[in-house]
Write a protein that binds this ligand. Sequence first.
Ligand SMILES: CC(C)(COP(=O)(O)OP(=O)(O)OC[C@H]1O[C@@H](n2cnc3c(N)ncnc32)[C@H](O)[C@@H]1OP(=O)(O)O)[C@@H](O)C(=O)NCCC(=O)NCCS
Length: 147
Amino acid sequence: MIRSVRESDYFEIVPVVNEWWGGRQVDHLLQRLFFVHFQNTSFVMEEEGRMVAFLIGFVSQSQENEAYIHFVGVHPDYRNKGIAKQLYEMFFNKVQELGCCTVRCITSAVNEGSIQFHSKLGFLVSLEKDYEGEGQHYIGFTKRISS
Ligand SMILES: CC(C)(COP(=O)(O)OP(=O)(O)OC[C@H]1O[C@@H](n2cnc3c(N)ncnc32)[C@H](O)[C@@H]1OP(=O)(O)O)[C@@H](O)C(=O)NCCC(=O)NCCS
């Protein structure tokens, strides 16, 4: 079952993300405000009441017709079953309804799995050199979702 995020999901998701990200410390990037202000474009997948995947995304306030996916995570036991792809499709449909035609995201240059996943979903991949300061390179992804 896929549903919109709720504020209370913050308390379930934040404690597991470092483990889901293979030990990388990423929990500080997921603030409670995302679970309050982006509920209509953020989703949780549950199986028998257990949270197994989530996507946090929003419509850009300043880039016209653009949406942004901030975080996506799938429980390690549930990977490679098409779950993240399903969440992305749900997000694409939702933001298309809201007038968006481009979706962007950014990932750390060390996150090879994320780069492979986004490439498989048809995102254009670009190197964002010095994105957050000198030497802090990221990988950017861009996908047009309508003509
Ligand atoms: C990246 C992640 C979200 C993918 O979730 P998933 O549910 O396993 O992905 P899907 O099953 O929907 O995969 C969709 C496609 O991407 C491919 N893919 C997914 N993860 C991949 C990986 N690590 N390496 C290579 N290909 C991968 C799948 O093979 C599939 O291809 P197909 O359509 O040809 O079959 C998941 O591995 C994860 O949670 N990783 C840790 C958190 C993270 O890094 N998030 C992304 C940055 S915010």
